[in-house]
Design a protein around this ligand. Structure first.
Ligand SMILES: [Zn+2]
Length: 220
């Protein structure tokens, strides 16, 4: 076991923690979760079961991460971020939590504390969502269930459930299935209000009304 695991961290017996990872006090890590090299997890963050935390990823204090979450290398997750079950966050993605970031007070005499304050804004990543490689995610927003954010996107507003959002700033261009397959693109004639769509890859059925996606037969 690593000498960098604080004695007040709670690590499930079947978790695998690389010897170079830094795990602070009050952190909880669930069974069968793997934490790779040089990961730093700040105090009081919670990580569920069967997750993968890729190398050199930073998770700030008080972050909540669900079960079966896959986080690649070089991901920065700040305070105020909540990640639900089954989310994938690809390499190099950066979260933010401050709308008016300044290092100091206006007179430059005092560093602003890095603890949460009235400027800290929250970000939610709902279950099953995917964030592509190299994204920057703004704050005071939500990435919806099973939504997909394309690589290199700049997320400045909430992404609805099952939407595919791309670009800088990211905009919804279509809808995706639970399996990740594209269901439709909004620029296809009549597509935004298509009454019913069946995934060509896994056959799950959906109803889509002006961009609002309803699952007709969810698998659970
Ligand atoms: Zn599908």
């Amino acid at each position: 076991m690593s000498t960098h695991i604080h004695p007040q961290a709670i690590i499930a017996p079947q978790a695998r923690i690389d010897s170079t990872a830094i795990i602070e006090a009050g952190v909880k890590i669930g069974a069968k979760t793997s934490v790779w090299d040089h990961v730093h997890i700040r105090h009081d963050s919670r990580i569920g079961e069967e997750c993968i935390i890729g190398e050199k990823t930073y998770i700030a204090y008080g972050v909540h991460i669900g079960h079966r979450v896959k986080i690649n290398a070089f991901v920065y997750i700040c305070n105020g971020v909540t990640i639900e079950d089954g989310v994938m966050i690809s390499a190099g993605t950066i979260f933010t939590n401050d709308r008016f970031p300044r290092a100091t007070t206006p007179d430059l005499r005092h560093l602003r504390p890095s603890e949460p304050d009235e400027h800290t804004r929250l970000t939610w990543v709902r279950q099953g969502a995917t964030i592509g490689a190299g994204c920057t995610v703004g704050n005071d927003l939500e990435i919806g269930r099973f939504a997909m954010v394309g690589m290199g996107s700049l997320v400045t507003k909430s992404v609805p459930n099952f939407h595919l959002a791309l670009g800088q700033p990211a905009a919804s261009v279509g809808c995706v299935c639970r399996c990740g397959q594209l269901l439709l693109r909004f620029d296809e004639p009549g597509a935004v209000s298509a009454a019913s769509v069946t995934c060509s890859a896994c056959a799950l059925p959906y109803a889509i009304d002006h961009g609002h996606v309803t699952e007709c037969a969810p698998p659970i």
